[in-house]
Write a protein that binds this ligand. Structure first.
Ligand code: SAM
Ligand code: DTB
Ligand code: SF4
Length: 310
């Protein structure tokens, strides 16, 4: 058993050196997976996640919109593929999936996007076992459901649902034979102890999540966290390095917040074990680096975008 607190507290040079060795043993260190996000149902969410501009509890610049049509989503997926993405992730501002016409439409969308030979991912809120199975049968590859932070800090960030409910959905996803994508957000106001506990929860999932997503808080006016202190970039590197050592074979995505990161900071994250990014000028509701900016960055670092599976 790795002592996660001792790992997290190591001098950063030693930690990153070891993380990079683990990374090299398991991956091509010069290859990055490009995933593209699309918000298929924006805003008006009943949950009160204090970081989120899509929560109906806060007055933000994000307007509530209807579920996008299969055709609209397919067009976006085709564009994502043309830009070089190999994974396409559809997000909905739902607390949970409700059976009915909208879910059926999402299932139809999954079937259509799958035909494009993309890894199809969804993040739709909580799921029961039957819903997870329907998504799997429709051809879904991965389901994203974040634990966001430590169990202890969770209720400070969200009070409309419990940490355990998140863990339950992750189990339902696993039981349906889908791959698991989970992770969280740095910069919510959590302590080092919270980050250690967050890493502990993630790495105690068996098997490990195939994909670990590390976001940094994107601050939105109108949300309770709009004035949070900026995260120290070395903490992002530290968390990624720990995640790489603890979950050697998981893909680690440097997710939201890259627009606030310099090229060198991103390089350090890749060196420490991150090997996936979101591609495309928009995340769900907020800007991401422009594709040409990312292509220039990858070129300058000598990094290749992962090719589609055969
Ligand atoms: N409603 C579904 C849910 O919460 O599972 C899916 C969409 S939700 C927007 C997906 C994830 O986006 C959240 O779990 C959170 O980790 C991340 N996220 C939301 N707002 C963010 C922000 N302002 N900064 C960074 N990450 C954010
Ligand atoms: C994840 O961990 N990050 C993505 C994805 N999974 C769904 C979402 C980031 C959202 C950032 C804020 C926004 O654009 O609305
Ligand atoms: Fe809703 Fe997801 Fe935003 Fe929470 S993170 S308010 S569940 S869209």
């Amino acid at each position: 058993m790795i002592d996660i607190k001792a790992l997290y507290e190591r001098p950063l040079t030693d930690l990153v050196f070891d993380a990079h060795k683990v990374h090299r043993e398991n991956f091509n260190p010069n290859e990055i997976q490009a995933s593209q996000l699309l918000s298929i149902k924006t805003g008006g969410c009943p949950e009160n996640c204090s970081y989120c501009p899509q929560s109906a509890h806060y007055k933000t610049s994000v307007e509530k919109e209807a579920l996008l049509s299969v055709e609209q989503i397919k067009a976006s997926a085709i564009k994502a593929k043309e830009q070089g993405a190999t994974r396409f992730c559809m997000g909905a501002a739902w607390r949970e999936v409700k059976d009915g016409q909208q879910f059926d439409q999402v299932l139809e969308t999954v079937r259509e996007v799958k035909k494009l030979n993309l890894e199809v991912c969804c993040t739709l809120g909580m799921l029961n076992k039957a819903q997870a199975k329907k998504l799997k049968d429709a051809g879904l590859y991965a389901y994203n459901h974040n634990i966001d932070t430590s169990e202890g800090f969770y209720s400070e960030v969200i009070s409309t649902r419990k940490f355990d409910e998140r863990m339950n959905t992750i189990q339902n996803v696993r039981d349906a034979g889908l791959t698991v994508c989970t992770g969280g957000i740095l910069g919510l106001g959590e302590s080092d102890e919270d980050r250690i506990s967050f890493l502990q929860t993630l790495s105690s999932l068996t098997p490990h999540p195939e994909s670990v997503t590390i976001n940094t808080l994107v601050k939105f006016e109108g949300t309770p966290l709009e004035n949070n202190e900026e995260i120290d970039p070395s903490i992002i590197v530290r968390v990624i390095a720990c995640a790489r050592i603890l979950m050697p074979k998981s893909m680690i995505r440097l997710s939201a917040g890259r627009n606030q990161r310099t090229r060198l900071e991103q390089f350090t994250c890749f060196f420490a074990g991150a090997n996936s990014i979101f591609y495309g000028e928009k995340l769900l509701t907020s800007p991401n680096p422009e594709t040409h900016t990312d292509k220039n960055m990858l070129r300058s670092l000598g990094l290749q975008v992962q090719q589609p599976h055969a």
